[in-house]
Design a protein around this ligand. Sequence first.
Ligand SMILES: *[C@@H]1O[C@H](CO)[C@@H](O)[C@H](O)[C@H]1NC(C)=O
Ligand SMILES: [Zn+2]
Ligand SMILES: [Zn+2]
Length: 446
Amino acid sequence: MEFCMQLSLVLVLSVFVVPAAVLSDSSLSSKGVSEIPKKLLNLAQKPQVFDWMVGIRRKIHENPELGYEEFETSELIRAELDKMGIEYKHPIGVTGVVGFIGTRKPPFVAIRADMDALAMQEMVEWEHKSKNAGKMHACGHDAHVAMLLGAAKILKDHEKDLQGTVVLVFQPAEEGGAGAKKMIAGGALENVSAIFGLHVANHIPIAEVASRPGPFFAGSGFFEATISGKGGHAALPHHAVDPILAASNVIVSLQHLVSREADPLDSQVVTVGKFQGGDAFNVIPDSVKIGGTFRAFTMKSLMQLKQRIKQVITGQASVHRCIATVNFFEDEKPISPPTINHNDLHEHFRNVAGDMLGFQKVKDHQPLMGSEDFAYYQEAIPGYFFLLGMADDALGPLPTPHSPHFRINEDALPFGAALHAALAVRYLLEFPQEVPSPAQEYHDEL
Ligand SMILES: *[C@@H]1O[C@H](CO)[C@@H](O)[C@H](O)[C@H]1NC(C)=O
Ligand SMILES: [Zn+2]
Ligand SMILES: [Zn+2]
């Protein structure tokens, strides 16, 4: 303990002395600022931070909780914030926690982690396997929480050097529950001028990161339709109205929305993943249920798809004398917007990550058809989301997220913690007034 405190005092002095001097010279882009990311990485790799993060991650991994049920995860986070003396607001968005480090004055910059697990059974046999049957941290959100707490720890140690306020956003229900939306409604972005988030990536090497400016993850929506006809004897189709044939034509027609109506350069997907109807070889059923998802990179394309999916299902069903109802789950699974990275923050990310990892380790990434509810924050304020590499040949291939065999390379934790911290610290140093508030923008246009 003693040793840790002495060590962190020395580190306090060494991390920010140079940039403070640089600041007073008002020559921001000189060498001092570019040293910060590496120094923060060194701090995050110290055993007292690294081992502590690993412990937290394993504890959360053993006790996965689904969206809006992250009560014990939230309690663990608050207990750690209490120990560090970090003030926070709770609850926001049912289980969400919002912490504050720094001056409590503008500028405010946010860093975010998601807390929820998935409803699936872990198949990895290891010491810290999920103890909750049918629930698993198979998307790495346990690691995301540990990394954000790691960032909090190294930032709290240097709080007096922060040129503004770092806001820690621990959100519930990323997996289809629109937890980010609830956090925003609860005031998590109050006074915040930019937000950063990350996701662990099994396909990117450790100590590398990847992202892109503009659209990164697609937006997505879900639909389910019931197509009703009239059941009857399979040998007497003329006495029945066959919903199986109607649904089959509906599905084929839905596939024309992307192939014939969408701009080929505007990537979109419509997938029917659910087709349920009938129980017997010789009975025409009364009704059929189909369901699926649609993806696109603009809200406009998503709304267009939604409208056409409804028209095609009801129209094609009526061609076959059936009646269809379509549900888009507006309340439980609202359309999630595309994840759009702010251009200025892309430059910031490249500079900060490049200074930490070397510029050759900061890669451009293709857009992804998956979706990420970080997008809600980016609808509200400038935001930036990136992928954090975990792959290491020594560990063999890592399974994809949402696999029951999913594993975390815990060596990635210090990189995530340090990147969160460095993106925030450098933002406060370099961007104080650069991102205009909507009011200022309006004024400029006049
Ligand atoms: C946001 O700014 C206002 C005005 O300065 C202040 O009253 C309020 O407490 C701030 N909110 C937070 C979360 O710091
Ligand atoms: Zn996921
Ligand atoms: Zn995830």
